[in-house]
Write a protein that binds this ligand. Structure first.
Ligand SMILES: Cc1cc2nc3c(=O)[nH]c(=O)nc-3n(C[C@H](O)[C@H](O)[C@H](O)COP(=O)(O)O)c2cc1C
Length: 315
């Protein structure tokens, strides 16, 4: 396996859990690290909310010793807020990441996320401001551009490198594509070839074979897995095993994995019950004959009921 480093951190494996809102809370990240992700990212947190010390945003900044090294991802567009949030994160995280990729209208209409993809000067300013107050490595995650006629990632990646970013993760889709079509790995390869800092490739790594394919096709330093890790943090063990041996590791039972998630969800108190229900639907997706279980899980109103339902269907 490739050695994957950012700043002074050397990671156990060249695989990353992608930042995903509503998914990558502390419990899920701990699980992804346990099953082999070298680096885990948080769901994105609003820099302005952190800078105002909003209670919920502060809760989202929690990390656990067993998941470290961990990266907390910020989004926003107000430089003063982004700077303050970066400062407030210093004793909480190992890496501070910034989002230049969210395509959601709620985010882009504030000038944040993927709306920044055609503003190289602002992108440089944001990263410089973060680097100026951070002792921890500052990294970024970006899409490749606004649309296929406006691919800006090469210019932006160079801008963030010169502003002091320690690594860049590239999701090979445009803002216009949202999550449709295929990720453009060719552009990811071009970014890798142009950069002196580590490049993490993202988009369409759905299994161990695709992970190997992405390494071979792009030369990236690490691969980042998003949707395929939802409901299956064990995917990182499978990828690592395949990269090391060329052989497939049998899949662990996803209901067993979900029991583990429920225990972690309870351990890290204060997570929303709605999150547990969303995760239940991820962990039970694709299981043969799971329809009755999924319907029953949709109706539970407490953790106790959730466990009882799982046990009933596992027998
Ligand atoms: C439910 C969901 C939430 C996401 N939230 C974030 C986020 O908070 N920050 C971010 O940079 N990307 C976010 N993404 C994008 C993923 O990190 C990733 O770039 C994208 O899913 C492509 O990778 P994949 O093909 O492996 O899924 C999200 C994606 C999904 C499906």
């Amino acid at each position: 396996m490739k050695q994957f480093k950012i700043g002074n951190y050397t990671f156990d494996s060249p695989t990353c859990l992608a930042p995903m809102a509503g998914v990558c809370n502390i419990a899920f990240r701990v699980m992804a690290r346990k099953y082999g992700a070298g680096l885990v990212y948080s769901e994105f947190v609003n820099a302005t909310a952190i800078s105002r010390e909003n209670e919920y945003a502060i809760k989202m900044m929690r990390t656990a010793p067993e998941e470290r090294p961990v990266s907390i991802q910020l989004f926003g567009s107000e430089i003063a807020d982004i700077k303050k949030a970066t400062q407030l994160l210093q004793d909480k995280t190992d890496i501070v990441d910034f989002n230049f990729g969210c395509p959601s209208h709620q985010v882009t209409c504030t000038g944040a996320g993927a709306a920044l993809l055609n503003q190289p000067e602002k992108v440089r300013e944001i990263v410089s401001a973060m680097v100026s107050v951070s002792e921890k490595p500052v990294t970024v995650k970006m899409r490749i551009g606004m649309n296929e006629n406006n691919i800006t990632v090469l210019k932006l990646a160079k801008a963030v490198e010169s502003a002091g970013a320690a690594a860049v993760a590239v999701h090979g889709r445009t803002l216009e594509q949202q999550y449709s079509g295929v990720a453009n790995w060719n552009i990811i390869r071009q970014v890798k070839e142009a950069m002196n800092i580590p490049v993490i490739g993202n988009g369409d790594v759905i299994n161990e074979f695709k992970a190997k394919e992405m390494f071979d096709a792009t030369g990236v330093d690490a691969v980042m897995v998003g949707r395929a890790a939802c409901g299956n943090p064990f995917i990182f063990s499978r990828i690592n095993h395949y990269l090391q041996t060329g052989k497939q590791l049998p899949q662990k039972d996803t209901i067993d994995l979900f029991f583990e998630y429920v225990d972690l969800w309870e351990k890290y108190e204060g997570l929303k019950f709605t999150n547990l229900k969303i995760q239940a639907s991820y962990f039970t997706k694709g299981i043969p004959n799971a329809a009755p279980l999924r319907i029953a899980l949709g109706k539970v109103a407490s953790v106790g009921e959730m466990k009882e339902t799982l046990l009933k269907f596992q027998l």
